[in-house]
Design a binder for this molecule. Structure first.
Ligand SMILES: [Zn+2]
Length: 411
């Protein structure tokens, strides 16, 4: 059902027998579990976590389940290679998926696990249940192939699509201590992504004084300040773009207003006391987040102060851009294994969003690289799919790269 290409012989790389049917079947079973987190309760990662843990136990491993929020477990297992001391390499995936959205946009059932014309369809097929199934079967195949030095740690985590609670918990609880590197198994369409954009979520809170619309001079209206703020942030974006330019793999830095709130439709004769603006900032590695926050704060203070309005800047989330060298041994092991299995050198790419890897680098100082089955653009779309043939192929690449990395002693 799932032909696995015969990898080319390459020094230091040993092809491994992947159970192609089993890895596809596990992906399918994971897709059938609707692991969408509903903030009002229900759903979540528990059932998917239980399946991952049960599969690990079948393989003879000892997974640990830790709830990072009620009903939302992380699953972590460490597999000792039995080949003597050596580094620990980690593979990571997230158990949650985004909502299927409007079913009318889908031509297939998002939670059936349908395979048609060589594609496995469903919410999370690419982002990223294939990645999770692939990392499990890659390590199982390595183990069956024979002892390897050091160990491999597998992390299947909760809440990547939300606030990354699973990754934050893993980093804070020491699950990444001593880990030499992490392969984040997100779908990147065959690209090896050693660089990811940073992200800032900022909220501007403007507090003025409510007044009658007929006597606006009696109040302090925050709405004109909100307008000037949006214009000033656009100019700031242009200045930052002009200064740091376009990153070859990540593109431009963006400061994008995403939420503007002020007044109510029912009260058109009242100037409101409060207004707020949220912006989604996406940065390349050359942009210093503290400098940018300072610049945004100065703009907010100037504009609100001039209008007799109080301005406050709230940093809701701060995720730095992360970059691992293309010459990093883990990156190079993936590149060589991909080349051996696929036949072509992979492209280097960049991740426009952030991943759990961003948190690992930020909070635990661990180098990360993002590479996994599925197309980059398919995540969060209707009719999401992964090419069936890719699943076992990525397992092959992971297994070959991991063994090569561990046998060379890490970095
Ligand atoms: Zn994802």
């Amino acid at each position: 059902m799932t032909p696995v290409r015969t990898p080319l012989e390459a020094p230091g790389l040993r092809p491994v027998a992947i159970d192609g049917d089993a890895v596809v079947e596990l992906t399918r079973q994971l897709v059938r579990i609707r692991s969408v987190h509903d903030p009002d309760g229900g759903g979540g990662e528990a059932e998917a976590a239980a399946l991952v843990a049960a599969t690990m136990r079948e393989f003879g491993w000892a997974p640990e389940l830790t709830e990072v929020a009620p009903g939302r477990p992380n699953v972590i297992a460490t597999i000792n290679g039995g080949g003597g001391p050596g580094p620990t390499l980690a593979f990571e995936g997230h158990l949650d998926v985004v909502t299927e959205g409007d079913l009318r946009d889908w031509t297939v059932d998002p939670f059936q696990g349908l395979i048609r014309d060589g594609r496995l369809y469903g919410r999370g097929a690419a982002d990223m249940k294939a990645g999770i199934a692939t990392m499990l079967h890659a390590v199982r195949a390595m183990e069956l192939q024979g002892p390897f030095p050091g160990s491999v740690r597998l992390l299947a985590l909760a809440d990547e699509e939300g606030m990354m609670l699973g990754a934050k918990h893993a980093a804070a609880s020491g699950a990444l201590a001593g880990v030499a590197g992490v392969v984040v198994c997100e779908p990147e369409g065959g690209e090896v992504c050693a660089v990811s954009k940073g992200a800032l979520r900022i909220r501007f809170e403007l507090t003025g004084k409510m007044a009658h619309g007929a006597m606006p001079h009696q109040g302090a209206n925050p709405i004109p300040v909100l307008g000037r703020l949006i214009a000033a942030l656009e100019e700031l974006e242009q200045r930052v773009q002009a200064r740091v330019g376009e990153h070859p793999l990540l593109g431009w830095t963006y400061i994008t207003p995403t939420v503007a709130l002020a007044g109510t439709q029912e009260q058109m004769n009242v100037t409101p006391a409060r207004a707020s603006l949220a912006v989604d900032v996406r940065t390349v590695p050359q942009v210093d987040h503290l400098d940018l926050i300072e610049a945004m704060t100065a703009i907010c203070q100037d504009l609100s102060g001039a209008a007799g309005v109080k301005g406050e800047v709230v940093v809701v989330d701060d995720r730095p851009a992360v970059e691992t060298s293309q010459d990093d041994p883990l990156v190079q092991c993936l590149v060589r294994a991909h080349e051996a299995v696929v036949g072509d050198r992979p492209r280097f790419g960049g991740v426009p969003g952030t991943t759990d890897g961003t948190i690992f680098t930020r909070d635990a100082g661990v180098p990360t690289v993002v590479y996994g089955p599925g197309a980059k653009w398919i995540a969060h779309q209707a009719d999401e799919f992964v090419e069936v043939e890719e699943i076992a192929r990525y397992a092959q690449v992971y297994a070959m790269a991991a063994r090569a990395f561990l046998e060379r002693g890490g970095r």
